[in-house]
Design a protein around this ligand. Structure first.
Ligand code: C6P
Length: 408
């Protein structure tokens, strides 16, 4: 088990009172996690001690910055068990990873009539780039539905995943239901019809052990800010032979081998996809976040989150008129989305905020998921390594107070 009190002391923001005498109860890590001191200090140290551009200067400071930045890439590669650090492209966030694949791989490889399969539980980041591509190229985007319990309707897979499918892009963990999808099984299904598989790991990498070689995914993307790392950091992982064959996404400095006024040739991986001065402090911060999570142990993190989520689901199920979305704790990550009959999610979030409790309310960038459920929005509490049972109890007490105010 994790030593949650010790972990809490690593997060300065958890000492904060959001209103006088009202301590912060942060239940919104799925939107963006808080940052532990080692990550804050690594970025602070970088700007105080190491700041220089990378891959350019032949001076000591630039070399130091390059080593720190590339060292972080190597540690992140080990964290997700990539075959080679050059398969990791630094991006600003998961969203950029999907756009990179849609623009570079999609435009080079897809033609009218080709199909991309997604699921009905995707985040907009894994829907909209394919729709833009579809509009431009006549590609067809299909979706795999989910069952009432928030798990994928796998029986429908054979009729949707066909010879026409060129890419199956799906989330490893739903940001609304929390469902942990059977990634390897879905990747294998894609490969069996000759399609590539892209995994949205934005809600997986922060919470579970991830091994891209075991998954055999062709592309995979995640954001640093949901896993104790800085905003503006993220990774697109791709198999080397696919990345090698893809044209650049953006042009500029660092991504070229040679430029003449007539034309240019491209740098080797990963630099071909990293035009311009990158987020250096952000990459270094993400490397430190990976060190922090590795030290805690991803198996331990996953086990603790299952424990706290189970506790939360049981406590929430005692609240009258509250309906939880998604599967049982055994099949989900640390997310509990819910609705309360007669109470709008925005009102719930506003009333909880008065008690210092931060949750998310709305469509959580998953409008199609909510549409399929016949609702516009939900409230979502999400848990991480520092969440305590006392905080979950406060959530439940505050929900009961909110219901009283609305005479429910
Ligand atoms: N979900 C949430 O509150 P970015 O914004 O690029 O860092 O992450 C996009 C993204 C992609 N996939 C999944 C499954 C996600 O959950 C997210 C981000 C946040 O649920 C912010 S909208």
């Amino acid at each position: 088990m994790l030593d949650v009190n010790k972990i809490r002391s690593d997060f300065p923001i958890l000492q904060k009172e959001v209103y006088p005498g009202v301590p912060l109860v942060y239940l919104d890590s799925a939107a963006s996690s808080q940052k532990p001191l080692p990550v804050i200090e690594a970025m602070n140290d970088y700007y105080r001690q190491t700041n220089a551009n990378v891959h350019r200067g032949i001076h000591a400071l630039s070399e130091e910055a390059t080593n720190a930045y590339e060292g972080a890439r190597e540690r992140i590669a080990r964290f997700i068990n990539a075959a080679d650090p050059a398969e990791l492209i630094y991006v600003r966030n998961a969203t950029e990873g999907f756009n990179l694949v849609a623009y570079s791989w999609g435009r080079a490889n897809l033609k009218a009539g080709d199909e991309i399969l997604i699921t009905a539980m995707e985040h907009h980041a894994n829907i909209v780039p394919w729709q833009i591509l579809a509009e431009e190229r006549g590609v067809v985007v299909r979706h795999l539905p989910f069952l009432p319990n928030g798990t994928l309707d796998l029986e429908k897979l054979p009729q949707l995943l066909t010879e026409k499918t060129k890419l199956f892009s799906f989330t490893a963990v739903s940001n609304v239901f929390g469902t942990v999808n059977p990634v390897k099984q879905l990747v294998d299904a894609a490969h069996s019809v000759g399609a590539l598989a892209m995994v949205d790991a934005a809600q997986a990498v922060p919470h579970l052990p991830v091994d891209v070689q075991a998954w055999d995914s062709d592309f995979m993307a995640f954001s640093g800010h949901k896993m104790c790392g800085p905003t503006g950091s993220g990774i697109l992982h791709g198999k080397r032979h696919l990345l090698e064959a893809m044209p650049p996404f953006m042009g500029g400095g660092d991504m070229i081998r040679r430029v003449t006024l007539e034309g240019s040739t491209w740098n080797e991986l990963p630099h071909k996809f990293e035009a311009g001065t990158p987020g250096i402090a952000e990459g270094i911060g993400l490397g430190t976040a990976v060190d922090y999570l590795t030290e805690l142990g991803m198996e331990n993190i996953h086990a603790y989150e299952q424990y706290i989520t189970n506790y939360a689901l049981e406590a929430l199920s005692e609240v009258d008129k509250l309906q939880i979305l998604g599967p049982s704790a055994a099949q989900r990550g640390g997310v509990a989305s819910f609705t309360i009959e007669g109470l709008h999610p925005h009102d719930i979030a506003e009333l909880l905020d008065k008690d210092g409790i931060a949750i998310r309310a709305g469509h959580h960038c998953a409008m199609p998921l909510h549409h399929e459920l016949g609702i516009n929005s939900s409230a979502r509490a999400s848990f991480y390594i520092h969440t305590t049972t006392e905080e979950v109890d406060k959530l439940v007490a505050s929900l009961n107070r909110a219901k009283k105010i609305f005479r429910l």
